[in-house]
Design a protein around this ligand. Sequence first.
Ligand code: 5AD
Length: 368
Amino acid sequence: MNTVEKNEYSKNDICHLLKLNEPNDLQKLQKHANKILLSNIGNDVFIRGLIEFSNYCICDCHYCGIRKNNLNIARYQLTVEEIINCINFAKKMNFASVVLQSGERNDEKFIDYVLEIIRAIKEKTKSEKMPNGFGITLSIGEQTEDNYKKIFDAGAERFLLRIETTNPNIFEKLHPKSVSFSQRLKSISILQKIGFQVGTGVMIGLPEQTVEYLADDIIFFKENDIDMLGMGPYIPHKHTPLGQNYFNENSNEISKQYDKNLQLQLSLNMISVARIVLKDVNIASTTALETLHQNGRILGLQYGANVVMPQLTPNSYKTNYLLYDKKPTVDESKEKIFKNFTVACENIGRKVAIDKSGTSVHYLKRNK
Ligand code: 5AD
């Protein structure tokens, strides 16, 4: 039986595909994921400029490098002017959408600031060619329904809120008491009700996470009509309760108990399997993949992803926005990096989309 090409995938099938490891099998998996991608979405690689506009955070998630209690980093918030500079660069490069990401804050001042940024970006990016301006995605964690609504009304069409894992026990172990699994589920459904294109995702290779749990994650995405996915390997950060276990004393190198190759392969398989099961959703090839492999994001595209999020955050702030250790930092100019990336995409037969905001096909279909 050919488990790769089917119409319906059972949980067993999904587990089987996630475990594939032989070069021949992996090739078949990629090939089928690409076929599904081409017939449902096409050849375009959609670009979202990532602006990490603030690293202040009220949460203390056990895995995350910008958690409140990490006192080793300087906290910052970009000014509107700095953000507009990022937007000008994005326009110059013919991007058509951005992701605004930050640590979590719920105070009124913060929300007002977010609304101001959204309006400023829309104002700056509306043109004859793009009457709705840039597509704007927010990734700022859990907010009240009221505030989600204000963000939507200000013009942001998309929201990313990762579930991190759909296994409630693991979720609980990863988060402080103030962050609850049931609230996360509720927030995702509120975002959908308001009308956002909703993205979620998980970290891959977490302690105690089995392939069966990852299969449950994929089934969750399908059952909940998710429009966009951002998934990537869990990468230990030294100054976090979860990450510190992976470092030997006095060393900044992640220890051998963390199997990079395994984490990378499992993450790539997750992308392919999500593609063949969910078909028409946007799937990001994430920065975390690039941390494990110098060509990680291209590999992600080859396994069926269709979105890439180049960082636009000014270099001077980057070292203070390390969610995990060894996030690739940038020495070369952003322009040169992006040009190289465009060529790398062409080399694998893909095309960087120009001036297209890249609305999720799944979202368009479910709103017909
Ligand atoms: N490794 C991998 N991903 C991480 N994130 C946060 N910390 C880590 C880590 N140590 C991811 C989370 C979050 C997103 C913004 O970054 O999934 O939702």
